[in-house]
Write a protein that binds this ligand. Sequence first.
Ligand code: PEP
Ligand code: MG
Length: 310
Amino acid sequence: ERASAAAAPVQDGALADGTPVPLLANLGSPDEAAGAVELGAEGVGLFRTEFLFLDATSAPTVESQQASYTALLEAFPGRKVVVRALDAGADKPLSFLNDAHEENPALGLRGLRALRASEQILRDQLTALKNAQDATEADLWVMAPMVSDAEETRYFVELGRELGLKTVGVMAEVPSLAVLADQVLAIADFVSIGTNDLTQYTLAADRMLGSVASYQDPWHPAVLRLVKSLGDAGAAAGKPVGICGEAAADPDLAVVLVGLGATTLSMSPAALADVRQALAEVTIEQARAKATAALGAMTAAEARAAATAA
Ligand code: PEP
Ligand code: MG
């Protein structure tokens, strides 16, 4: 008993009625793993692999990637670790994947689009992940960023399976993917919602541009309605739909996201304690009532107020 208490110093995330809501960490380097475990991370919900290669001028080798992924997985024995394929472009350009001359890089050849155009880089990354999966005890899930529809979902899932990965999914960041949630969830093993980009694209407001920062609010009912259709499609397909955007770090919004059907929440490790506390105070019925109130609002501010009052 002592050993397990040391391995899991904080209780697993759950609602007041016992509904489990695993609380996971967003990480950008294996060096951040130990700190995340100390803060109560039950696993990793988003490992941003592009941060390992921001300074690289050529594509990383299978061997160098495998070492990084193995170090990450070794920090989470028996735990779920969701690794994202390289999300290059816009706010995270990589010189070996992106063209610096796009006029609208957020709408350009980025994420899975860029990987598909340089498929050997994607194959090498998935091979490195497969080797790390085989060498460790963690439960590795792999997902693609910036996926637009079910055809792109099928491309990524089939390639991942061909290369030996066990659990393959996609991020929901582009509104078209959320609109097609039922088609996507028929193919992918799971979906993880990136609320930062989903908000940027739903409201058509550049997340890097201060003058439109007020639009970048995941409480907006348009964003919440897309989350609900993804949650509903996940429930119908019996597949997990997690959240890994900043929205999950807002304790009040975290409750609403669970009410909309999110099955896990991933966030910066510093936010885990407050979110765990907020979830422990509501039942699933109460979370759903707050979600319903927020969905009926006309603005982000009204959605927040309605959820708090419900
Ligand atoms: C997101 O878009 O919400 C996300 C988690 O990915 P990133 O912030 O790295 O674009
Ligand atoms: Mg994103």
